[in-house]
Design a protein around this ligand. Sequence first.
Ligand code: BDR
Ligand code: CA
Length: 306
Amino acid sequence: PIKLIIDTDPGIDDAMAIFYAAGAPDIDLIGLTSIFGNVTTEQATRNALRLLEWAGLSGVPVAQGAKQPRALPAFPPSHNVHGDEGFGTIPAAIPQGKAIEEPAAAFLVRMAREHKGELVLCPIGPLTNIADAIDLDPEFASNVARIVLMGGSLEEGGNITSHAEANIYHDPHAAERVFASGAHIVMVGLDVTHRILCTAEDFNTLEANAPRMGGLINEMSRFYLHFYTTVGKHDGCSLHDPAAVIACTHPQLFDARAVPVMVSCDGETSGATLPAEDTRPNTDVLMRVDAEKVKRQFFDVMSALD
Ligand code: BDR
Ligand code: CA
């Protein structure tokens, strides 16, 4: 199994991604790091702990991350998409466990050294902690095997503005630092996640197969689906964050284009991911997906969770 750390702002699709990682036999989840985005960083830490407890993985460490973006003022959490506490209508409740003392960036640096060349990092929120780890250790970018991030868009346009995807938009300066770092980066953006749509029926079936864990996800998904189909006018909700975790272990389900990526950091296009004009290394940008196979992979693992 791959050694995986997920950097997360849970969030409904983050919850799906973490439960997926908990159940996937080819993933060894060695930690979670928290970040603001869908919720505040403090709430993200509590939610990460709670998700691990639900999944029976309370021994997996959670390290708390940055509380605000690098250069922009803090954004209000996305309550309209993910609910007041991040899990739709489900109260997050108070976790029994606590985060470790070590801050997220220091934890990432230490884990990348300990598992040099092996650690896969999957950020599914704004990239502040990852940029901080890169600044903390000049070898971090080469110590990690790869960074498979959910964020950005090359041809699909944005979801939070017409140009920007939410995770990149919330800290464009951090994202730019990450894309320019020289780490092996796989970008799992809206070009593929907008093709992977789920309906209420998909989640009802999941609950029937896995009443406890699937029931939690089904309940959360109702809130998320409501946003996507009313405000977003989509035919279902996107599996954004689970797609990134699945891309860590199943790259053959996607087609990538190698492009040097940069991030616009101001003006109307702030948060947009664009082809860079300098000589930075390429990012593997996922452009096409076998959506049916990704969904099958997701629901197969999730159905076996209870
Ligand atoms: C991303 O933004 C968040 O709302 C989701 O959890 C996902 O990580 C999609 O743009
Ligand atoms: Ca997320």
